[in-house]
Ligand binder design. Structure first.
Ligand SMILES: Nc1nc2c(c(=O)[nH]1)N[C@H]1C(S)=C(S)[C@@H](COP(=O)(O)OP(=O)(O)OC[C@H]3O[C@@H](n4cnc5c(=O)[nH]c(N)nc54)[C@H](O)[C@@H]3O)O[C@H]1N2
Ligand SMILES: Nc1nc2c(c(=O)[nH]1)N[C@H]1C(S)=C(S)[C@@H](COP(=O)(O)OP(=O)(O)OC[C@H]3O[C@@H](n4cnc5c(=O)[nH]c(N)nc54)[C@H](O)[C@@H]3O)O[C@H]1N2
Ligand code: SF4
Ligand SMILES: [Mo]
Length: 665
């Protein structure tokens, strides 16, 4: 029998679960849920349990590697640190510090993972990636409307009369919300799911609404038209706490219900049904990330926000436009950790366009890429371009646990510890408002080191070692220094393992918004009013915007998050998922004559992927899905097909805005 220690899930996920980890003979033996966690209550998913395998696997990188003549050779830490620091120092002298690109994502939700920014700021400021492949369009949209992106606390769902799950794959990606929905439903709440795919959450809904991918703003407009016709709008909210509603009315008058029905491929009576739902709340909307991964994604989220606001569901218990919950992350003292004032130079590439920018940058060119907490070769759109960009750079350094597609392409791979091997605090700015404590439970294997250890050594060599002359504990204290007077301290976190952060249960209850006008902005004044108006806007790759393309490539390709892996993280560890499954709607199967298990090629001008057919029951016509995250050795990532264009507001990806064709092979 081992001992059981409380810990926390570090994965990029809505739920941020509490763990009970069993330690036997100095090793992680089992990962289970912590029954005492107030939100996650002892239940965790397979991705959480797989962290045991991710920690113990023999496939882990356990020594620094250097590529010499195309082969990786193990080298000492001294050599790795010496050579990388030396190159960073000469790049700084010759080209300036922005010739280094820091490419990252958010694979570890630990507070101290952010110290990578401290390192790059102290170095002088590098080229950073901004925006987000994940939820960038929607976050920016909510900043325009509300001034920020805040969600209600999970328990508040029990105050809702109706619950609308809009483009979120809850049963697969957000398991504790699924549990709350079931509880609310058994208390009498109505559940509506709006999604092109009849997923596991749709199965428990009272109403499933199948929508054409990328057309959600037309549904929201149709519902608003019906809310007005039925006099169900919240006049008091519109008159006292908002600006720009007359622009919305003008837009609604410019389009008919039947046009909105034909764009969204949803019958008109559904608009009426949903108008009754929104107009007789409280109605809680959970927006997922699905419908904002299109070129019109920002406008789509803003239109849904507008519906929620005009129907009186903002700032009331049981309501809300629940998307991100940025108040969670905003609780911490990032400035103390990351030292933004140390940065002397800066340049920004968007996450989506990082490959193209690398290929075209000249003042200065990119001479080195450092990758942390990300696997851009599988996760960033337009993989062929990403590969070309990474291959074009003199030195690629990847801090990794495994030889991923990105690490395989590196010049140096630096082996890093997993979350069970370091002490940190974990939280997600996505759903609930608890921060979880996780101690160092086991030793990292071989020569693997915490990311922070690597930054400290490099900082020493580069002459700013004093900025890293703190223990992990001191850094943690720094990160929570602004929470002390609110009853949150490191001692208490170590004792309790999870503490509720001082954030609002029902955001915007005081109707004071963080927009320039202080009101809810149907028309945003953030930039210019012209830009800020809601529009009728279609996906980039749609018959409406590009008829030629849609003739050649008639099907919409989605690339949803895999059930058993967080993105690319488990494919090499689970034999059963090492193949490409091409899920097609029934009409496509009929049109092309496909049956389950047929071999097919899915293609467009950017690339192609081959896989095995599985027919999706009840999916929206002309829809295909290939789960994201697969490795090149198992058939390749779906991002071989996706576009690196940005969303309408510049900060999101358009990963699901992707037309393809399919043929038998
Ligand atoms: N199992 C698992 N869970 C995860 C992750 C994982 O990799 N695996 N990743 C985590 C991360 S980083 C994130 S960002 C979250 C994402 O969590 P979700 O928001 O659930 O993200 P997606 O998997 O993209 O699923 C979005 C849903 O939107 C639907 N959708 C696609 N296009 C449209 C559209 O045009 N309109 C509408 N109405 N719906 C649409 C899809 O069919 C799908 O059901 O999940 C987290 N949880
Ligand atoms: N086509 C398509 N593409 C997508 C998506 C989609 O739905 N469709 N989803 C997008 C979304 S929502 C997201 S969030 C991104 C995710 O994109 P990524 O975050 O790049 O995806 P992961 O596969 O999780 O890769 C993270 C890597 O970080 C490593 N890692 C884990 N912990 C640590 C650590 O502590 N330190 C260091 N140095 N490394 C660590 C892991 O081993 C892993 O290889 O992908 C996006 N890409
Ligand atoms: S991946 Fe998400 S649901 Fe699964 S254990 Fe981690 S936080 Fe919980
Ligand atoms: Mo994400």
């Amino acid at each position: 029998m081992g001992r059981i220690v409380k810990s926390a899930c570090p994965l990029n996920c809505w739920d941020s679960c509490g763990f009970n980890v069993t330690i036997e003979n100095g090793q992680v033996a089992k990962v289970e849920g912590d029954p005492e966690h107030p939100i996650t209550k002892g239940k965790i998913c397979g991705r959480g349990r797989m962290l045991e395998t991710r920690t113990n696997s023999k496939q882990r990188v356990t020594t620094p590697l250097k590529k010499i003549d195309g082969e990786f050779l193990p080298i000492s830490w001294n050599q790795a640190i010496e050579e990388i620091a030396q190159q960073m120092s000469s790049i700084k002298d010759e080209y300036g510090t922005t010739a280094v690109l820091h490419s990252h994502d958010y694979a570890n939700s630990g507070l101290l993972i952010n110290l990578d920014k401290r390192f790059f700021n102290c170095y002088g400021g590098v080229t950073e990636v901004i925006g987000s492949l994940c939820w960038g369009a929607g976050i920016e949209a909510q900043k325009w409307d509300f001034g920020d992106s805040y969600s209600h606390s999970p328990e508040d769902i029990l105050n809702s009369k109706h619950i609308v799950i809009w483009g979120r794959n809850v049963a697969r990606t957000n398991m504790h919300l699924y549990e709350y929905i079931q509880k609310a439903k058994s208390n009498g709440a109505t559940v509506i799911v709006i999604d092109p795919i009849y997923n596991a959450t749709a199965k428990i809904a009272n109403h499933y609404i199948s929508i054409k991918p990328g057309m959600d703003s037309f549904l929201a407009l149709g519902i608003m038209k019906e809310v007005l016709r039925l006099n169900l709008e919240d006049r008091s909210f519109i008159n006292h706490y908002s600006i720009g509603f007359s622009d919305v009315k003008e837009l609604l008058e410019s389009v008919t219900l039947s046009e909105l029905s034909s764009y969204s491929e949803i019958p008109e009576e559904v608009f009426t049904m949903l108008a009754e739902i929104y107009g007789n709340g409280p109605t809680m909307t959970y927006l997922g990330l699905g419908m904002q991964r299109y070129e019109n994604g920002g406008n789509t989220i803003r239109t849904i926000d507008a519906l929620i606001a005009m129907s009186g569901n903002v700032g009331i218990p049981g309501g809300g436009a629940n998307y991100g919950n940025l108040q969670v992350g905003q609780s911490f003292n990032y400035e103390a950790l990351t030292l933004p004032k140390k940065r002397k130079h800066s340049r920004q590439f968007t996450m989506m366009k990082q490959a193209e920018e690398v290929l075209s940058a000249s003042e200065p060119p990119i001479k080195m890429i450092v990758v942390t907490c990300g696997n851009p070769l599988t996760q960033v759109p337009d993989t062929n371009k990403v590969r070309k960009a990474f291959e074009s750079v003199d030195t690629v350094v990847v801090l990794e646990q495994y030889l991923t597609d990105t690490a395989s392409l590196a010049d140096y791979v630096l082996p890093v510890a997993t979350s069970f091997e370091v002490e940190d605090l974990y939280y997600a700015s996505m759903y609930h408002g608890y921060v979880n404590y996780g101690g160092a439970l086991v030793e990292a294997p071989g020569e693997a080191k915490p990311d922070l250890w690597i930054w400290s050594r490099l900082a020493d060599k580069l002459g700013f070692g004093e900025e890293f002359n703190f223990t992990r504990e001191q850094f943690l204290e720094m990160g929570i220094s602004n929470l002390r007077d609110k009853g949150i301290s490191l001692e208490k976190l170590k004792q309790e393992h999870h503490l509720r952060l001082p954030i609002k249960d029902v955001p915007w209850e005081d109707k004071k918004f963080k927009t320039p006008s202080g009101k809810y902005e149907f028309t945003s004044t953030r930039y210019t009013e012209e830009l800020g108006k809601l529009l009728l806007s279609f996906p980039r790759e749609s018959a409406r915007n590009n008829p030629g393309l849609s003739k050649k490539y008639p099907y919409s390709l989605l690339s949803l998050h895999p059930l058993r892996s967080n993105h690319s993280q488990n494919y090499h560890l689970i034999a059963g998922i090492q193949e490409i499954k091409v899920e097609v709607s029934e009409d496509i199967a009929e049109e092309i004559g496909l049956k389950d298990q047929d071999k097919v090629k899915v293609f467009n001008d950017r690339g192609n992927v081959e896989g095995t057919v599985k027919i999706m029951k009840k999916a929206h016509p002309k829809t295909i899905n290939i789960d994201e995250g697969n490795w090149s050795k198992f058939g390749g990532t779906v991002n071989l097909l996706t576009s690196d264009e940005p969303s309408d507001n510049g900060l999101g990806s358009i990963l699901y805005d992707c037309l393809v064709n399919i043929e038998k092979v």
